[in-house]
Design a protein around this ligand. Structure first.
Ligand code: SAM
Length: 206
């Protein structure tokens, strides 16, 4: 079993120390809107977003301990105060710790693709997940999904118009292979190096 390195960082919130829905304004020390990255990996994306959007508070989550550690180090190095990192499972965390209609943006970059057909049901982003997430998005909130997996990208792109309460920011296209200004993550760069295309899906809660 992989050793879990304890994370001692002012930016890391230990899930076990939380009770109920946290007071995020108190945690960040201001009432700025919240943005959430699900599966932050090594934290390269959220650091760039937090640098660009000092008017937002950013929550970066991943259930990969080493990733959380790396993310905290990056946040520290960048001197950011508007990021908090948690080692949690996304659905459970959102349901238990995020106030309804509070998120101004959600980013999901290269989620685990579960390429085998028999494992597809394990994919995080599907209709049920987006309907669940909708409850936690503020009106006008952005939802971004990016993957290098053709059938994951196309599935999500075709599913989104069926979900009520969202507007397609890329209409009439269902997806694009580029969103100008959208930061490339470690995984995106790796896949692009292999010659793969990234599928970007961008919707806004109505
Ligand atoms: C393929 S990596 C992509 C990392 C990063 N977003 C990037 O694009 O470079 C997927 C990440 O999502 C995390 N992850 C997958 N399912 C998750 C879940 N249900 N809750 C939290 N993190 C999850 C994994 O631990 C992993 O770090």
């Amino acid at each position: 079993m992989q050793r879990v390195i304890p994370i001692e960082s002012p930016f890391f919130i230990k899930e076990e120390e939380l009770e109920g829905v946290p007071d995020w304004q108190a945690i960040f020390g201001n009432d700025h809107p919240l943005a959430l990255e699900i599966g932050c990996g090594i934290g390269d994306f959220i650091v760039k977003m937090a640098e660009e959007h000092s008017e937002r508070n950013h929550i970066a989550i991943d259930f990969y301990n080493k990733g959380c550690l790396k993310t905290c180090k990056r946040v520290d190095k960048a001197g950011l105060t508007n990021v908090r990192v948690l080692r949690v499972e996304a659905r459970k965390f959102i349901a238990e710790r995020i106030p309804k209609e509070s998120l101004a943006a959600v980013y999901i970059n290269c989620p685990d693709p579960w390429p085998k057909k028999k494992h597809r049901k394990r994919r995080m982003v599907n209709r049920q997940f987006v309907e669940f997430l909708r409850e936690y998005l503020a009106p006008g909130a952005d939802f971004y999904f990016a993957t290098d997996f053709d059938d994951y990208g196309i599935d999500v792109a075709q599913m989104m118009p069926e979900v009520e309460g969202f507007d397609n920011c890329q209409a009439p296209e269902l997806y694009s292979h580029d969103i100008p200004g959208y930061h490339r993550t470690k995984y995106m760069l790796k896949f692009m190096d292999e010659g793969k295309r990234i599928y970007f899906v961008h919707y806004r809660k109505a």
